[in-house]
Write a protein that binds this ligand. Sequence first.
Ligand code: BMA
Length: 756
Amino acid sequence: MMKNKICLNGSNWFFKDSKSTKWFSASVPGCIHTDLAAAGKISDPFYGTNEKDLQWISGIDWDYKTRFDIADKNLFQKDRIDLLFEGIDTFAQISLNGKNLGRSDNMFHEYRFDVKSLLKEKNNILLINFKSPLKSSKNLEKKYGKLYASNGDISRVYARKAQYSYGWDWGPCFTTSGLYKGVSIEGSDNARIISLFAQTTEISSKKATLKIDYEIDSFNGSELEADLKILFNNTVLTTSTESLKLQKGRNEGSFKVEIKDPQLWYPNGYGKQPLYKIDFQLKCKNKIIDSFSDRFGIRKIQVIQDKDSVGRTFIFEVNGIKIFSKGYNWIPADSFLPNVTAKQYKKLLNLAKESNANMMRIWGGGIYEDDQFYKTCDELGLLVWQDFMFACAVYPGYKGFLDSVTREANYQIRRLRNHPCIALWCGNNENEAYKWDGWDGYPIGKKTPDETIFYKILPGLLKKLDPATLYWPSSPWGYEKAYDSKTTGDSHSWEVWNLRDYTAYSKETGRFISEFGFQSMPNFSTIPSYAGASERALTSEVMENHNKQIEGTSKLYRHMALWFPVTEDLKEFVFRTQMLQGQALKYGIEHWRRRKFKTAGALIWQLNDCWPVASWSLVDYSLKPKLSYAYIKKVFSPLLVSIEKQENGISVWLINDTQSKAAGKLTVSIKSLIDDKVSFEKKLNVSVNANTSKKAVTLKLDNAHQSCGKYVYAVFEAQGRQYSNALLFKPLKYLRLGKNEIKKIIHKYSSIETKS
Ligand code: BMA
């Protein structure tokens, strides 16, 4: 009776160019670019300028096929037999045994086809004909009209497909096709569980009340038995059994469950991440016909938006504790999605956690991430700011598009809402910039065709499917000024990297900085993976192709020239850009952490890369952290001592994200980088209350103490540990030293800054 599931992923897949007759061996989950490379038909897409020569791949149609037998004869007795695709990228025509099943045009939801009348015991042929994604989106653009988009071909807005695959300012243009997730045959009797949602409605120290919502598709309207169990550490805590009188079709209902002495889930740095398990079984005459298991956490997450003298706060609060959100923006971990393994997700997210982060933002130009991503965030205590997949554009508003988005959101919200890490749903990335900031010449103030999506469809679905989690229409967004308000909502801080020196972060007073970033080179050891020996010069075509921002390389030079002598030595260039990235981000983060909770979050753009490239990432494509990562780990520390430059001296601040008061000895000294001489020293006893920041002392310093080569060094000794920080008075480029000596001093200062 139990549901049969036959997995069709595996080795028996083939692919070909639709016009040819010769098939090649393919892998599924598959992607045309990686399959072509594995078959030896193209060379490494990431190497040199190969990207430019491989654009033809997304301009033509491709076929994937598999041949399979059904060994389990019982399957044919099932009431219903479905062919299930967990993810099709993107425009495809699907047929089984020569019969057309239907089309796909959205990679963000599953596709299910009834195949009961078509399936045979032997020699089933499943064929998927992928239409060129580029031609498909351009055809839709021709039909419905040109819209607006920055990054990639503008027609991308018509494709419900990962937008970065059309090219981004950190990623190549590989507009992929393929089956990037599971494919299976599923046979069921009587009914199928569509979804289950474990929602905490009330928490006290003694008990938590849960509302468990279920949705069931009944094929024949029979009466079934439902068993629900809640487990913790493999021990059954509660069991409920009910008889369900189901109508034919979709049925909804809920259970109320109480859990005694609930163990609450906390973000990293604030407590543990206990996970409960829910088991739901549907039975017919005591035989299980379908079952569903998931994990969930008990926690209450709110975003405090109280009115204050400037506007409104924007503070995540978990189980009553105000959180300063520290973390990263996340982009897909590869241009070719099937390449990303569970190990990679774990490695990258562990690096985020190890750097004292507590939040990840899944940015809207990528994908709703793989289950592994959310499971790992649940385990590590990383809150997730989840964008819906729309970025930097004006999207269409015709009915077919809105229906597709509705199906997608319905599917994704159900898939993700049990994860305790999900902290906020956000409509899109930077789309409001068109209406409010006139991006790409869009008429300011003019209604955009996609408003129904962000102001009606998505909030409407969430109200029903995940009412306790805040829906935020866009990032950045504010009430009075919808795009990038500095007084309410979240803000993206890009003036520094694009236009100004990093000290300009001190002017940025946003309430929650959901993006800010500073570029650097990838690690020196990563460069040979894309540049041959003769190409390893900064201005070579290959190196420039591996910095996708317009004038990105020249911005690296410009920022370097503000602080260091500019070097042509590649290894040293890598070092100095990564050091500067660390210094710049540290400068911004310290400023925002000092403002705690006037500013209540700092999410760095970006944690990771999708190929080897010079970008804003902290960990490059080889999964090796950059030097800048060490800066972040230190500046994200729950207890931080921070030095702020003043007109005639300095102030030293203490920032405490822990839940207890910290008291200890503060030593502030002025040292010389050249001879290590101490020209000034002050010791004092200081303290800072739990979850606050405080200016501990202001010191006047005369000019002699502030000359080039001198730096302030502050050490706070508390809770049996030392917390140190350093600040330079003048850029090291002013030191009148030979090339090698200045290099030594730069490296020396970097190790002082990163030493924990
Ligand atoms: C942001 C993002 C991305 C972009 C990044 C760097 O605003 O939303 O679209 O890649 O800036 O320019």
